[in-house]
Design a protein around this ligand. Structure first.
Ligand code: FAD
Length: 158
């Protein structure tokens, strides 16, 4: 199976878009990620998957903490900025959650401490114990087939 086909097939799974942030003595670091999963209710655990070549990997290993921000539909410039696709013309604003930086204006921000990390192929999975959550109203940014989009609920469906 070739890599392009695998990526194309995985792109058929629509997701939201998050920015993972952390803070070390070198400062704040952010990275766009859609490999996010809610894992457990009791205890409250979530997982992110970070490329072993990403600068974020070493930062999370050092800080042992990270925040996740679920981006709103008007934050595509934030996603592109933290994916290294296009520098944002607007200044990126952070807000604090549990002493961690998160993206201001995100629909939800989640502060986590790392409980487990596991190298899986060319990525590392971090399991985070949820320390604090903040939520605001709004519409999510989506990602499907390699393109950003909006969420459209179906009428007459539960
Ligand atoms: P860099 O490439 O150095 O940083 C990313 C960008 O953020 C740079 O432009 C940098 O200047 C900027 N930046 C970082 N910190 C700050 C700060 N404090 N203030 C201002 N700007 C800052 N990769 C994964 O590993 N896992 C995923 O789940 C994943 N999902 C993705 C989903 C989408 C929709 C997209 C578009 C990309 C995804 N990627 C994912 C790829 C990943 O976002 C990029 O490869 C990213 O560039 C890797 O970041 P890095 O940590 O190596 O740091």
């Amino acid at each position: 199976m070739d890599n392009l086909f695998f990526r194309k097939a995985m792109g058929k799974f629509a997701t939201g878009v998050t920015v993972v942030t952390t803070k070390t003595e070198e400062g704040i670091h952010g990275m766009t990620a859609n490999a996010f999963m809610s894992v457990s209710l009791e205890p409250k655990l979530v997982t992110i998957s970070i490329d072993n070549k990403a600068r974020m990997l070493d930062k999370i290993h050092k800080s042992k903490k990270f925040a996740i921000s679920f981006l709103a539909e008007d934050q595509v410039h934030v996603s592109m900025h933290f994916a290294g696709q296009k520098k944002s013309d607007e200044e990126i604003e952070f807000e604090e959650i549990h002493n961690l930086p998160a993206i201001k204006g995100a629909l939800a921000t989640i502060a986590c401490e790392v409980t487990q990390s596991m190298v899986v192929g060319d990525h590392t999975l971090f399991v985070g114990k949820v320390l604090e959550i903040k939520v605001i109203d709004g519409q999510p940014l989506t990602f499907y087939g390699g393109k950003y989009g909006r969420y459209q609920p179906l009428e007459n469906a539960i």
